[in-house]
Design a protein around this ligand. Structure first.
Ligand code: SF4
Length: 287
């Protein structure tokens, strides 16, 4: 089954989706990922309070895993009864599954609210919501609008937490309109990627850091030397990949590049000549 997180992983890189499915043990940074998910769950729980009374659909099996069939059936029932606010509303269409953070009844249909612990909207959230809209509409739901619920960074907490001030709601319709025509083709391609047994052959590129640092970087970049242009101080990402594609990869390769800054050159020379740690004594007032 394709889910919204798998759809987003595919949107970043088809190989990422494949590795998640077939070689998840190669993923780095699981602790950081878990921490991010936990923070996201806390924010999600708080955001539910924005809309008054709600019904939550989450159901689990005895082993603790989500019981998707039960969630989908319960959502269907709640929608048929016109429930005004449903959290984790679950839908499935031809192998495409999604659970909407908050579904709110309006104008004869439902609005999707996607909750993120981010402070502003981003293209990837439009990608995520467009996938949900596609699934819901194929399940017969009229999606009237699409929103992102994210953190208002201007809010300063007083004694009591004011969740109306903590969150801001952003209309995502422009982002969703951009992504929506791409959804059917991407779902088809993602299905083809998941059906293949051999790993896709895709080299590292800018997408490895966009929109997120990919947790498979360590695996896909294992051919890089221990110190490479990717470690150079304040070298823009685009330049790193330009060098990489031109075969300028190791520190020794980079020495031939005339446009490096003094600090980058010093970083390379200290590493290549095994000079230990550089201390800028002037900056510390040590002469
Ligand atoms: S590290 Fe880059 S190439 Fe490898 S799976 Fe992630 S995005 Fe794709």
């Amino acid at each position: 089954m394709l889910s919204k997180s798998k759809y987003c992983a595919f949107s970043q890189c088809p190989k990422r989706l494949w590795l998640q499915a077939y070689r998840p043990e190669l993923s780095e940074d699981n602790a950081a990922l878990d921490a991010r998910m936990e923070a996201g769950n806390e924010v999600g729980d708080l955001a539910r309070g924005l809309f008054g009374e709600f019904t939550e659909v989450t159901a689990r099996k005895e082993d603790g895993r989500l019981d998707l069939s039960r969630m989908i059936a319960r959502t269907r029932q709640l929608v048929s009864e016109n429930h005004p606010v449903i959290c984790e509303a679950a839908f499935s269409y031809e192998g495409n599954y999604c659970a909407v953070d908050i579904l709110r009844r309006e104008n004869g249909g439902y609005a999707i609210y996607e909750v993120k612990s981010a402070t502003h909207e981003a293209e990837i959230y439009g990608v995520d919501i467009a996938y949900q809209k596609y699934v819901l509409e194929h399940c017969g739901i009229s999606v009237t609008s699409t929103y992102l619920v994210c953190i208002n960074s201007d809010y300063v907490r007083g004694e009591e937490l004011d969740i109306q001030q903590l969150f801001k709601i952003v209309d995502m319709s422009d982002w969703v309109t951009l992504e929506s025509p791409l959804v059917p083709g991407k779902i088809k391609h993602a299905g083809e990627i998941l059906a293949r047994k051999e790993e896709p052959t895709l080299d590292i590129a800018e997408r490895c850091e966009e929109p997120y640092h990919c947790p498979f970087w360590g695996y896909c970049a294992r051919h890089l030397p221990e110190h490479s242009v990717f470690d150079l101080y304040r070298l823009p990402r685009k330049k790193k990949f330009d060098f990489y594609r031109r075969g300028i990869i190791s520190y020794a390769d980079a020495l031939a590049v005339p446009s490096l800054s003094d600090k980058q050159l010093r970083q390379i020379q200290f590493r290549l000549s095994d000079c230990g740690t550089f201390i800028d004594k002037g900056a510390f007032g040590i002469f």
